[in-house]
Design a binder for this molecule. Sequence first.
Ligand code: NOJ
Length: 755
Amino acid sequence: MKKSILFLGAAVGLFACKTQHSTDVEMDKFVSNLMAQMTLEEKIGQLNLPTVGFDVTGPLLSKDVEQKIKDGKVGGVFNTYTPNAVRKLQELAITQSRLKIPLLFGYDVIHGHRTIFPISLGLSASWDTALIARTAAAAAVEAAADGLNWTFSPMVDIARDPRWGRVSEGAGEDPFLGAAIAKAMVQGYEQGNLSNPNTVLSCIKHFALYGAAEGGRDYNTTDMSRVRMYNEYLPPYKAAVEAGAGSIMTSFNEIDGIPATANKWLFTHLLREQWGFKGLVVTDYTAIAEMISHGVGDKSKTAELALNAGVDMDMVSEFLLDELPALVQAGKVSKAKVDAACRRILEAKYKLGLFADPYRGVSEERAQAELMSADKLALSKEAAIKSMVLLKNERQTLPLKPSQKVAFVGALVKDQRNLIGSWSGAGNWRQAVSLWEALKQQGNSDKLLYAKGCNLLNDGALRNQLNANDGQIELDSRSPQQLIAEAVQAAQRADVVVAVLGEAFGMTGEAASRADIALPNHQQELLRALKKTGKPIVLVLMNGRPLTLTWENDNVDAILETWFAGTQAGAAIADVLYGAANPSGKLTMSFPRSVGQIPIYYNHKQTGRPRNENQKYTSKYLDESNEPLYPFGYGLSYTQFAYSPVQLSATTLAGGSTITASVTLTNKGTRAGEETVQLYIRDKVGSITRPVKELKGFKKVLLQPNASQQVEFTITADLLKFYNSDLQYVAEAGDFQVFIDGSSNTNNSAAFELK
Ligand code: NOJ
């Protein structure tokens, strides 16, 4: 029945059976035919992207959006999912609007849709691009089964300031790793073929430089040189474009004094002309309207600026819908520009196969089969394990032994709410496995002691703020002193204490910047009291950003960073704590010693006065070292890896030749383990100053005890290229240093010359 209604549609009828193998020419023809039937208002309608909150018990959508869909004034909606909800809205578009053009359905599927994987920063710590691609593919399968065809992901903003709450959503501080992960995610979501109904259109965000907000304060100003932009911040966006991402989102910040959403250089010259991007540009949420606050114009002017800059679709503000008819009339925006924007939106719909099947085969049965299926839960656990970073492990405190009596202490031991992290869209935290639940299932309950020890947050104002957004943070009726006393008692009865502490999920993510990134004071007080018992202490962290852990590093025996590890967090953490799994994650953001060191990142420049303890006039702090507490690339294992010195197949690189750089990696411990071998290069002299080292390769190697493996990297002149002061991408002749090790903090190196 639904199908027959469908095929009556002008748009749909024209399309009929041309989905799968349509060429660009066929798409052009189809879209041109359709556009020939559209009025200017209908074209402008396609540029409109309102949000429609999903509500199972209340009315499906606001009257206005419903009417606008019928009037052909909506190109897509977001925040609605489930087969039924999507079907109802799509039906409106394809049965009641004049041209029956199907809608896009967008959503923030960031680290999983229903099955939640570790937060993106955690996933990046796996350095496992194949795994990350699998999580994106699984998220796409679930999202598509739930009626969605567009995700606002991957977030690929380089971030060097852990105060910024959104560092949790990205892949950290490095452009090379960021680019590799961006590519993997786009491929995972789109599978190179959007007509496959198990895919979703990806959206690179936030273009551009959103991660460089001043002071780490969300939505704040950014400003940087072109050289820094091209070399350090743009590579992940570019890689995602090259991987074929179908859409890109504008960022809230300004670039060169022009809000990104009005930045013609950015969207037209860089993105489309230089990078050849063919997909659609969507604004971030009300970003056009926000340009009034930025102070670049009124409603009409900001709409004009956005469209003329290269924006295609307006998320929520409806400025394009309201203003474009008059702007076209007045000749301030050309019809050709409106046509181009409309065309790109229709092309996205065409590629997704929406003109052939606006529902992309959604059904309750399919959703039932796909959502939170066993394979996806298993993947979530695997990803959680591979994301964890062992930051410290003195005297082999970890793994725990089944014979030990262990006191689990802390507000996060039994917690479920926080495990799925921020931006966990359609995830249901009640389905997340808590650590306590997983521990009990391991079957040695008589060895487990528990004490809450502290509230997650004592700060009432912050707690209220987070609870207003479903934070679910409770305040215990016992006093903080009583909670600590109970924890100390439990510790005294145990062989080892595991303190599970960290942030509430709402302390990270959007609009969640922090000026102080330590553990909350009262959590530290608990740790200090536990320390006095003299028992070995393991600190298990759940958090969404690098924290300042200087006291903790000095005072506890082992630290396991678990991030917000997703639906299977508890099961994964239990496996790692008791040694069923060996941690292998490596940090993708430096952990500072104190906030005053921020921004801090490994690939910094050398100053003219490098730090020298004994000389006054050198680049340093009087009260802090220059070094991070834990550097980029760092992470321990339950086994120990040894690296041989770096070997080079040649010491000169000339005329298209290559050099093989290698090390022998040996597992010196008694357990199998996986190591991420990292290649860094230093360009010693350049026409512009060059970073002290830059990541240029990485390989994951699984080794049995006592086994060795030769790990090789190929160095080409291409790998040595950078943007010079004329923004030409060049490799300059001269001396280079190659480092290979298990962390960025290394001197294991060899030298070569590029002729
Ligand atoms: C605002 C956020 O900045 C962006 O990342 C997100 O995709 C949109 N809201 C839509 O929810």
